[in-house]
Design a protein around this ligand. Structure first.
Ligand code: BGC
Length: 489
């Protein structure tokens, strides 16, 4: 009796399975795949970036770099002075702190620097996620939250981190938004990016805001340096490798900083620094050019964003937006063809529901039946029972969006290499190292591989051999602490 029940249950399951397969087959037969592919082909054509076009984009960026260095407001590229004119020598010594604010998480860090022979003796950090309401709330609440976390981090430190008697703790503050620096340790916020929007902070000195919040916490600490994460990455990278010339962030947001000759900065009117160099924070996310491959999906994304018309390059290449572009393409296709069934999946209509890490998991699925794609579509978008053709199609869309981003980012790096004259071989075969950090670069292998391939293509094999891309893991925090150290009193 029992056996018969089992048998019946198995039969029902098998029949259900066959029916499901038939339904999927029927549905996918109802899809005019030829037309779907044609639609994607048209979008791909708009996203296409042959090497010549990339070179033109790099030249356009280089022109904007010159304009931004000539005068404030001279270009969409702000080319901000960082006031960092001394790069680390390795002799930095003592206990320093860093605070890294720039995305959905922030990090606090303490690092004991051991001077010439010692290097980084020890370091510790803590990561705290920022509640979303604080990203669009009040300045006071955001800075209080940060200062509180910093204060509890300091309170928890062990004996080995003793600050010398009579010495105040010093902090390098990595603040990863566009800031007009007034000095190395002060600067006013130009605008928020990456989903932050607190109107009252714009125009304020963010160091003063943090200092007030630390005072409210009773924390005796001085902000010795205010740096962008790209500047921190460059400096952290240089500490390890003397040939680092550029720091690039490819994460939630995107940006680059590089070492410029101080004499090539016409808008710098003060005395030239002794080193003859100055690190420039490009704020390349705001680059815009008619040469950029902007589609209707990008236009709509921009229009509905918190900062329409701004950060156009960033919206094409950074982790905050890539998944969202994919979602918009899939939505449009599913409105015209039943690729996900007869109705448009309701979740697919929700902005930012498909994040870049999920897109990356879909893109990297190497299983024969693309089971990760199926799982992600189900979990994230509530789309069940997809056919292999549909899954392949979704992968194809991710591939298109990721490649466009990676090729554009490579063009940006190429523009910097040209600007500093490292796009031709020097007699002494000088190396040029690009330090890159950010989750997109670190975790999205198809993206980083494509970026590296494209950069080689742009440089040509011979020059490419003198250019090294290095992943600078969390270098920006250490970099900020190093800048604090080298400017410490
Ligand atoms: C900000 C930059 C920052 C970059 C990477 C952009 O949105 O404007 O200042 O360096 O994100 O974090």
């Amino acid at each position: 009796m029992e056996k018969r029940v089992v048998c019946t249950a198995a039969t029902v399951a098998a029949v259900a399975c066959v029916v499901a397969v038939l339904v999927i087959r029927k549905r996918s037969k109802g899809i005019k795949w030829g037309k779907v592919r044609e639609m994607l082909k048209e979008i791909k054509l708009k996203c296409a970036l042959p090497i010549e076009r990339l070179k033109q984009i790099a030249s356009a960026m280089e022109t904007e770099m010159h304009a931004g260095l000539a005068s404030d407001g001279g270009s969409k590229l702000k080319m901000l002075l960082s006031y960092v004119d001394k790069l680390p020598t390795g002799a930095e010594e003592g206990l320093f702190y860093a605070l890294d604010l720039g995305g959905t998480n922030f990090r606090v860090l303490r690092v004991q620097l051991g001077g010439k022979e010692g290097g980084v003796v020890r370091q510790e950090h803590k990561e705290v996620s920022i509640p979303p309401h604080l990203m669009v709330g009040s300045s006071h609440d955001l800075f209080d939250f940060i200062a509180e976390a910093l204060s509890s981090f300091v309170a928890s430190e062990g004996e080995e981190y003793k600050v010398p008697e009579g010495k105040q703790r010093e902090l390098g503050f990595t603040f990863s938004f566009p800031v007009k620096q007034l000095s190395l340790s002060s600067g006013t916020l130009i605008k928020w990016t990456k989903g932050f929007c607190i109107e009252e902070t714009v125009g304020q000195d963010v160091v003063a805001e943090l200092t007030k919040a630390m005072e409210r916490q009773g924390l005796d600490m001085k902000v010795a340096a205010l740096v962008n994460d790209t500047v921190g990455t460059l400096v952290g990278g240089r500490y390890e490798d003397g040939d680092v010339m550029t720091g690039v962030i490819l994460g939630t947001g995107s940006n680059a900083a590089y070492v410029e000759h101080a004499s090539s900065i016409p808008k710098w009117h003060d005395e030239l620094p002794k080193s003859g160099e100055m690190v420039i924070n490009m704020e390349w996310g705001n680059f815009k050019s008619p040469l950029l491959p902007i589609t209707e999906f990008d236009e709509a994304l921009d229009f509905e964003s918190l900062n329409p018309g701004e950060q156009i390059y960033e919206k094409l290449i950074s982790g905050m937006y890539l998944g969202e572009v994919v979602r918009r393409v899939l939505l449009k296709v599913s409105e015209e063809f039943p690729i996900f069934g007869d109705i448009v999946p309701p979740k697919l209509e929700a902005p930012f529901i498909l994040r870049t890490p999920q897109m990356s998991a879909i893109h990297h699925d190497s299983s024969l039946d693309l089971k990760v794609v199926a799982k992600k579509l189900k979990e994230t978008l509530g789309i069940h029972n997809t056919s292999i053709k549909t899954r392949k199609f979704v992968v194809d869309v991710c591939d298109m969006v990721a490649k466009r981003a990676a090729r554009l980012a490579a063009a940006g790096i190429y523009a910097i290499i040209k600007k500093i004259g490292r796009d031709t071989l020097s007699d002494d075969k000088q190396r040029t190292v690009i330090a890159i950090d950010g989750g997109l670069f670190e975790h999205y292998t198809a993206f980083s591989d494509c970026l590296e391939r494209t950069l080689r293509e742009l440089l040509g094999e011979e020059v490419a051999n003198s250019v090294v891309i290095k992943h600078a893991n969390d270098g920006s925090g250490i970099g900020a602490a190093l800048i604090a150290a080298s400017h410490s009193n």
